[in-house]
Design a protein around this ligand. Structure first.
Ligand code: GLC
Length: 454
């Protein structure tokens, strides 16, 4: 099976796609699937026992080749080289602007993936997001295909000039006077998978379908929701390499992690609850809603710790909050893996006020680490967090409305529960109980693969 993705942790990861792709590919391999993961060669990732193959692609995508070999953390990889693919960041330049040739770069990657699928005689090609959306046009229906939608907000628009470069199925991609990569893939693949059941429903509606709701609804039962897992090789509080260890039966290590986190922020030991956020600084994540609500922190007697990178405006706002409320807000602009683990391990509550959230991984990582999630009522957040005021088996809190007052209210409700030690411990334990790993989702993918390959 060939699994194609533009991101794969730990080699390259701009967000949830890299995390989810790594977790699924590893779990599939563990369950006996022969997986080759194809990624763009943004830089010369070292492989063991590598073999070099030339790929047969149209002139505009040539020369294309793949280095196939084993990577110690990521399994069997095909690192694909096409014109323009080598860059310091997969998507954006130093100013945070998308590379102007992203359409050409990922179109060439998509063509190379199809050529590779043919050359290794893959029995199935599993695509992820818009970066791989043109692949079905190059496969021309020869090989069964699955598309996972991690985020419908990025559709892979390109100018109409691209239509003529597609060898087949041009009409599937045509969209007004442009082409829309995801639209074509949604029409052409054998199965479409959204990263949570609730997101699979949402994207068939006018409110969340971003123009593709009609096409998605037409796929009927071929559109499925399979909830992401978390990669428990990296995210397990009992074995975490970046934080003191603990588990459901003994949370004392979580106290040590909390102290380490307070040290990191330069704060004295305090019993005021620590609300943490580990997030991309983008509109989707509702970071502005959290920053607006930060003015209530003194009254709430709570503290906020944020680790994030992304839009410069949100970064400046975070710095400003940290400077004006130094004993309430700690802000770290950037991505730092060890620090992110310490935030999940040592935090008391996780705030995730997303405007939309296909699945969301942070809320599951938080629950696995006994950190109570406070979320908005969207996408996979609804599938994973059970509201502790509405249900006896609560694991967190779900805002009633998607706005600032909803966020403030959900934080209040979370703080109240957290301050009640009995209630807090029961919620923590319930959140830590489920198997959040990729084991079950990988099984669901394997069943889906069997449906289409026989
Ligand atoms: C994207 C989505 C996020 C999802 C992740 C992995 O980053 O925004 O909700 O969890 O992909 O599928």
């Amino acid at each position: 099976m060939l699994f194609a993705t533009a991101e794969l942790r730990p080699l390259v990861s701009a967000g949830g796609l890299g995390e989810a792709a790594a977790g699924l590919a590893a779990a599939l391999a563990e369950q006996g699937i022969d997986v080759i993961t194809a990624i763009p060669g943004y830089s010369p990732y070292p492989l063991d026992d590598e073999e070099h193959v030339w790929l047969d692609v149209p002139d505009w995508a040539a020369p294309a080749s793949a280095r196939i070999g084993r990577h110690p953390d990521a399994g069997v990889l095909a690192v694909i080289d096409v014109p323009g693919i080598v860059r310091p960041d997969p998507y954006v330049d130093e100013q945070g602007e998308g590379w102007v040739d992203n359409d050409a770069r990922f179109a060439a990657f998509s063509a190379a993936v199809a050529a590779l699928g043919r050359s290794v005689q893959a029995d199935l090609v599993h695509l992820n997001d818009w970066h791989t959306a043109l692949t079905p046009a190059f496969l021309g229906g020869e090989v069964p295909t699955v598309l996972t939608i991690h985020n419908l907000a990025h559709q892979g628009w390109a100018s109409a000039a691209w239509v003529h470069r597609l060898p087949s199925h041009r009409e599937a991609y045509a969209w007004g006077d442009a082409i829309n990569g995801l639209a074509g893939a949604i029409r052409l693949v054998d199965r479409v998978v959204a990263v949570s059941p609730n997101y699979a429903r949402e994207i068939t509606t006018d409110a969340a379908g971003l123009g593709l709701q009609g096409l998605l609804a037409e796929r009927g039962g071929d559109l499925r929701g399979i909830l992401n897992g978390i990669d428990t090789r990296a995210w397990d509080p009992a074995t975490d390499e970046h934080a003191p260890h603990f588990d459901r039966s003994d949370l004392s290590g979580k106290q040590l992690a909390r102290r380490a986190l307070l040290d990191q922020a330069g704060w004295d030991d305090t019993d005021e609850p620590l609300i943490v956020m580990v997030t991309r600084l983008v509109d989707q994540k509702g970071v502005d809603l959290a920053f607006e609500a930060a003015r209530f922190l003194p009254g709430m007697r709570a503290r906020l710790l944020v680790l994030g990178s992304g839009e410069p405006g949100l970064g400046n706002w975070g710095h400003w909050l940290g400077q004006t409320q130094p004993d309430r807000v700690w802000f770290y602009n950037g991505y730092d893996a060890p620090l992110s683990h310490l935030l999940f391990a040592g935090g008391d509550l996780l705030l995730m006020p997303s405007r939309f959230e296909p699945c969301g991984l942070a809320q599951m990582q938080a629950m696995a680490y006994g950190t109570i999630p406070l979320v908005t009522p969207v996408g996979g957040l609804v599938d994973t967090v059970v509201d502790g005021d509405l249900h006896r088996d609560g694991t967190g809190f779900v805002a009633a409305t998607l706005d600032e007052s909803g966020v403030v209210d959900v934080v209040h409700r979370g703080l109240r529960a957290w301050r009640h030690a009995g209630r807090r411990k029961a919620m923590q334990r319930r959140g830590m109980e489920p198997d959040w790993s990729w084991k079950q989702p990988a099984g669901e993918f394997i069943d889906l693969y069997r449906e289409i390959t026989g």
